[in-house]
Design a protein around this ligand. Structure first.
Ligand code: ADE
Ligand code: ZN
Length: 326
């Protein structure tokens, strides 16, 4: 329909995108074949990623990531991701990159990876007109020791391109407070903070993210809807949710978009942004997310213009960068 296509074409801002999770299956299959690594177990016969449920998703994600290795591989991945962002009208993106996957927590190896990714991003900014910034992420199920290493790497590269620190991975592993040292280290380096919470565990986990880690944004956070007092708190504190509706439906957090709380959270006054998380894994794109929200929740052009403005406002980059994009 014409109206949906006009909406899908609107300029966008995406704040929650895992770089390895944005790797198309064909990209990973190509690297696996170059490196003579058998990854056939993670692909379905139709070529898509194979998993069923969240922990199997993380396993498939990590298997795919195992063939994306040096700075050169990450540079190629960055180029592919930014071409996709351009095709989706995403003018500004924040992507999660992890020292666990880029150099294994070694500061020098990490610095080389960041330099290669950033150089590719700068080139894409010139020829595609899209902007990228990095959020260093630790992986919850890898534990607090490796998170501390990641935070030290993050602190080393903090600046106008590495703008934040966050945590993804299995929300059921340990507690947010186990990672307080890593988040304090990142904060002291001037980084802005976000953590995955309230995707699999309930409202208490979202409270822990705010109270124990002091984050200003939350990855997902959607299960906050189960506690009205917490919803009020998100509104009062201006906490930003990085909502990924297609991801939540693909992984079974909600059975369909009609039952997804994104519209109730927005209507309650929570600062909601919309992202894809790991688009090829979940068979989604930013254009798809826009179409689906327009169709299912009746969001119109004005709502999406508001979303883009709110999202850019919630970005971790400096004000001069925001001014250039707005
Ligand atoms: N890493 C990549 N995608 C993720 C998700 N949806 N939740 C937690 N960790 C992730
Ligand atoms: Zn995520």
């Amino acid at each position: 329909e014409e109206r949906l296509e006009a909406i899908a074409a609107l300029p966008k801002v995406e704040l929650h995108l895992h770089i390895e999770g944005a790797a198309p299956p064909s990209f990973v299959r190509g690297l696996a074949s170059e490196k003579r690594t058998d990854l056939s177990r993670i692909f379905r016969p139709d070529g898509s990623y194979d998993f069923r449920g969240f922990v199997p998703f993380l396993e498939t994600y990590e298997a795919a990531t195992s063939v994306i290795k040096g700075p050169e591989d990450y540079a190629r991945l960055t180029r592919a991701v930014l071409e996709e962002q351009a095709a989706n009208g995403v003018l500004y993106t924040e992507t999660f990159i992890s020292p666990d996957f880029c150099g294994g927590g070694d500061v020098d190896a990490w610095t080389d990876h960041v330099a290669a990714i950033r150089e590719t991003a700068d080139a894409a900014e010139r020829d595609l007109g899209v902007t990228l910034r990095g959020i260093v992420t630790c992986v919850r199920h890898f534990g607090p020791d490796r998170a501390r290493k990641s935070a030290r790497c993050a602190a080393e590269t903090a600046g106008d391109w590495i703008v934040g620190f966050g945590m993804g991975g299995d929300e059921n592993a340990g507690e947010q407070k186990d990672f307080a040292w890593a988040f304090d280290c990142a904060r002291e380096a001037g980084l802005r903070l976000t953590t995955h919470a309230g995707e699999w565990r309930g409202p208490a986990e979202v409270r822990a993210a705010i109270e124990d880690l002091g984050v200003e944004r939350i990855g997902h956070g959607v299960r906050a809807i189960e506690d009205p007092a917490l919803v009020d708190k998100l509104v009062d504190k201006g906490i930003v949710l990085e909502v990924c509706p297609g991801s939540n439906v693909a992984l079974g957090v909600y059975s369909d978009l009609a039952r997804h709380p994104v519209e109730r959270l927005r209507a309650a006054g929570v600062t909601v942004t919309v992202s894809t998380d790991d688009p090829p894994f979940f068979h989604t794109t930013m254009r798809d997310e826009y179409r689906a929200l327009a169709r299912t929740h009746g969001w119109d052009e004005a709502a999406f213009a508001d979303l883009a403005r709110t999202s850019l406002n919630a970005a971790f980059c400096d004000a001069a960068t925001k001014d250039r994009i707005a």
